[in-house]
Design a protein around this ligand. Structure first.
Ligand code: PLP
Length: 383
């Protein structure tokens, strides 16, 4: 029905910014040296990586030596959590996280449980927020890490990280912040957040896929999780993805520089979407009404399968997402919606619309013109 895709899934990934591709291009073509080689071609590759590192460090307010480049956001989360856990097991084997984290965090904690670690999965309120007092109460003398997300990938809720960070500092427990969804949408200042470790992923802010970043505060010891050469000062073996690293740094610079222009524009589109979608009968917003990512509009519809809405929207050329995952034919509700306490009749009908800087008012109007009919049709088929 439509040739042009209205892309409303920027929390899944974003298109590569043309300016980022331009910055990467030399390292995809003529400047192909291995950064470990000592001749000029290799040295230029190393200089490019060092420049990218300095750029990222100055943006997130840390030293270049505190930044390492890795293979994706998931790897960054894995390295932070396993890296701390295995380095600190003499002190204790207790980790604190929340029930609404990304699987890159949840499954890593579950993996560590096989090695004798225990995890506290903190509950959240109806908006998906962790309460700082719950963090304080959960910390014991065995706790070696608190790992919490800055902003939720499904419902967009922003967590009170600064306050949680203050508590962790006081109690001398390192805090890892999964800032993968926040990197392109909120200012990132590791000192203001009181973060000891922080994870970012370039493809969430118009950078290339397959490049992650990790901040590790000086003095915080982690064990590398990939053995081999001594790249990234021994923190992550493997020949560096020079073009990807240059692209990641440029994408972060552009995203953060353009926040003052992009944020109000995208937020206005989001609010228009929310207002329009909530006129649909038996619909509700999921996530916090105001403390949410400026680009995230997520909903639940009672008595509807989210997957069916997605497939119908796809016919209109609209790309969106649902929190539900289809496993062996049955649709499992997302762990995030379950944690919010949504009743089963609402859990399966989730729809996430995440805007980007290239979306327009026409895109929003198109969605609002088709979505009510889609929900009604799908609901009538199912009930
Ligand atoms: N953490 C959060 C909150 C995410 O949203 C994602 C990706 O969706 C990840 C981690 C994993 O990032 P990547 O896709 O780069 O592995």
């Amino acid at each position: 029905m439509s040739e042009h895709t209205i892309y409303l899934d920027h929390a899944a990934t974003t298109p590569l910014d043309r300016r980022v591709l331009d910055a990467m291009m030399p390292y995809l073509t003529n400047e192909y040296g291995n950064a470990s080689s000592i001749y000029a071609l290799g040295r230029r590759a190393m200089q490019a990586i060092d420049g990218a590192r300095e750029q990222v460090a100055s943006i997130i307010n840390c030293r270049p030596t505190e930044i390492s480049f890795v293979g994706c956001g998931s790897e960054s989360d894995n390295l932070a959590i396993k890296g701390i856990a295995f380095a600190s097991q003499k002190k204790g084997k207790h980790i604190i996280t929340s029930s609404v984290e990304h699987h890159a965090v949840l499954h890593t904690c579950q993996y560590l449980e096989r090695f004798g670690f225990t995890t506290t999965y903190l509950p959240v309120d109806e908006y998906g927020r962790v309460h700082p007092d719950d963090v304080a109460r959960a910390i014991t003398d065995q706790t070696v890490l608190v790992s919490l997300m800055y902003a939720n990938n499904e419902i967009g809720t922003i967590e009170p990280i600064e306050e949680i960070g203050r508590i962790c500092r006081e109690r001398k427990v390192p805090l890892h912040v999964d800032a993968v969804q926040a990197g392109g949408a909120l200012p990132i200042d590791v000192k203001a957040l009181n973060a000891d470790l922080l994870s970012l992923s370039a493809h969430k802010f118009y950078g290339p896929k397959g490049v992650g970043m990790i901040y590790v505060r000086q003095g915080v010891r982690i064990l590398p999780q990939l053995q081999g050469g001594s790249q990234e000062r021994g923190r992550r073996a493997g020949t560096e993805n020079v073009a990807g690293i240059v692209g990641a740094a440029e994408a972060l610079r552009l995203a953060q520089e353009e926040l003052p222009e992009v944020t109000p524009r995208v937020r206005a589109l989001r609010d228009q979407l929310i207002e329009g979608v909530l006129t649909i009968p038996r619909s509700r917003l999921t996530g916090h009404p105001t403390d949410r990512l400026p680009n995230n509009a997520s909903f639940a519809f009672e008595g509807v399968e989210g997957e069916s809405i997605l497939l119908s929207l796809d016919l209109y050329g609209i790309a969106a997402s649902t929190g539900s995952a289809c496993t062996s034919g049955s649709v499992e509700p997302s762990h995030v919606l379950v944690a919010l306490g949504l009743s089963p009749a609402w859990q399966r009908g989730s729809l996430r619309l995440t805007l980007g800087k290239e979306n327009t008012r026409e895109d929003v109007e198109k969605v609002l013109s088709v979505l009510p009919g889609v929900v009604e049709k799908v609901r009538n088929l199912g009930e």
